[in-house]
Write a protein that binds this ligand. Structure first.
Ligand SMILES: [Zn+2]
Length: 339
C-alpha cells in the first residue's frame, strides 16, 4: 500500500476530523494525476483497519489490512471501468480483434452494490465502496447510484473519485461531502519526483500539466519507448546480438514486457514467412522479411512455445535477469541455426 503523498497530509487531517461523524458519501475531486485514488485507497483501508494508528492511518499489519492489500476484503468494493481494472489481454497472437474493454462504469456494476449494501459487514465494522473515476458512470449507472445514495445504509461509506465533477449529476453531488485534493506546488512536486529518482523533473512536470503522478507516468512511458527502441535495434541483427548485454540493458524493463515484445517480433517473423504480412513492426518490414526467409518455421514455433512458458514464469520471476538472458540466448541460438 502506498502511503500518503507529502502534499496530502493536511487533507488527511481534515478527513480524520470527519471520521467521528462519518458522512454517507464523499466526493474526492481535483486534477488528474495528483494521487486522488491513492488517497481514497488509504482512506478506505484506514476505515476497515482493526487497529489504525493514532493519526488514523491503517496499521498495515492486521488481518483486515492484509485482505485489503490482497484485494480480497469482503467489506470493500472498487467500481471502475474494465479498461482500468482489466489485465492486458495477452492472447493477441491469434490475430483476432477482441472487443475493447469498456471505459464506462455500467449499471450492472452499480446494481451489484444493492446486495452489498444490504448485507451486514462481514467483519462487523464499516463497508466501503470506491467509485473511480465517478464521471465514467453512464446515465443509467448514475441513476442507480442515486438510489443507493437516497437510501443510505448504516456504516457504509461511498467514496467517489473524480477529476470531472461537473459531469456528475447535481443530485449525486448534493448528497456527497466534497473534499478537494489540491494540486501540489511545483516545488513539492519537483522534490517528490526527485525522490523517485527523476533527474530533471522540470520538463516532464510541465508536460504533464504540473501533476506529479502524471509526470512520473510520462517518464515511465518515455523510458519504455527507449527500451523498446534498444530492443529492436539489437534483435533485428540476430547474428550480432549480444544476449547477455541486452539482458543487462533491459534490466529495468519488466521481464513480462520483454517476453511480450519477443512474442510480437516472432509473430511478425512467422507471419512474414507464411503470409507475407507484418502486424506489429511494420516500419521494419524489409528487415523482418529478410530475417524470416532464412528462419526455419519449426524452430520459430518451438521458440514461440518457449516464450509462452516464459510469459507464465515472468509473472513471478525468481531471477528476472537470468530469465531475460535465457530467452534472449535461445533467440540467438535459433537465429544462428538459420544463418
Ligand atoms: Zn490494519
Amino acid at each position: 500500500m502506498k502511503g500518503l503523498y507529502p502534499w496530502q497530509h493536511e487533507l488527511w487531517q481534515r478527513w480524520a476530523g470527519l471520521r467521528k461523524r462519518l458522512p454517507h458519501a464523499i466526493l474526492l475531486k481535483g486534477a488528474q494525476g495528483i494521487g486522488k485514488l491513492d488517497f481514497a485507497m488509504n482512506l478506505a483501508q484506514s476505515l476497515l483497519c482493526e487497529q489504525p494508528h493514532v493519526d488514523g492511518m491503517a496499521c498495515g499489519a492486521c488481518s483486515s489490512c492484509h485482505w485489503f492489500e490482497q484485494e480480497t476484503h469482503p467489506d470493500f468494493r472498487l467500481l471502475q471501468p474494465d479498461a482500468l481494472s482489466g489485465t492486458e489481454d495477452d492472447d493477441e497472437r491469434d490475430g483476432s480483434k477482441k472487443k475493447k474493454p469498456s471505459r464506462q462504469i455500467s449499471v450492472e456494476q452499480v446494481r451489484s452494490l444493492f446486495d452489498f449494501a444490504n448485507l451486514s459487514a462481514y467483519r462487523g465494522g464499516h463497508r466501503v465502496v470506491l467509485i473511480h473515476p465517478a464521471e465514467a458512470m453512464n446515465t443509467n449507472a448514475a441513476n442507480a447510484l442515486l438510489k443507493t445514495l437516497e437510501e443510505p445504509s448504516g456504516k457504509m461509506l461511498i467514496i467517489l473519485v473524480s477529476h470531472k465533477p461537473q459531469q456528475l449529476l447535481p443530485t449525486i453531488l448534493s448528497r456527497c461531502l466534497s473534499l478537494v485534493v489540491t494540486m501540489p506546488s511545483v516545488e513539492e512536486s519537483t522534490a517528490w519526483l526527485q525522490q523517485q529518482g527523476m533527474q530533471n523533473p522540470g520538463v516532464m512536470l510541465a508536460q504533464a500539466g504540473f501533476a506529479p503522478l502524471a509526470a512520473a507516468h510520462l517518464a515511465e512511458e518515455v523510458t519504455a519507448a527507449d527500451e523498446y527502441g534498444r530492443f529492436l535495434q539489437e534483435i533485428r541483427q540476430p547474428t550480432k546480438l549480444d544476449a547477455l548485454a541486452l539482458a543487462e540493458q533491459l534490466q529495468k524493463a519488466e521481464p513480462i514486457k520483454v517476453v511480450h515484445w519477443l512474442q510480437q517480433w516472432c509473430y511478425d517473423l512467422g507471419s512474414a514467412k507464411l503470409a507475407g504480412k507484418i502486424r506489429y513492426n511494420a516500419e521494419l518490414t524489409d528487415t523482418i522479411k529478410n530475417i524470416s526467409c532464412k528462419i526455419d518455421i519449426m524452430d520459430l514455433q518451438r521458440y514461440q512455445r518457449e516464450l509462452l512458458i516464459a510469459k507464465r514464469e515472468a509473472l513471478h520471476p525468481l531471477n528476472p535477469k537470468l530469465q531475460l538472458e535465457s530467452i534472449l540466448l535461445a533467440y540467438r541460438q535459433m537465429m544462428l541455426a538459420a544463418s
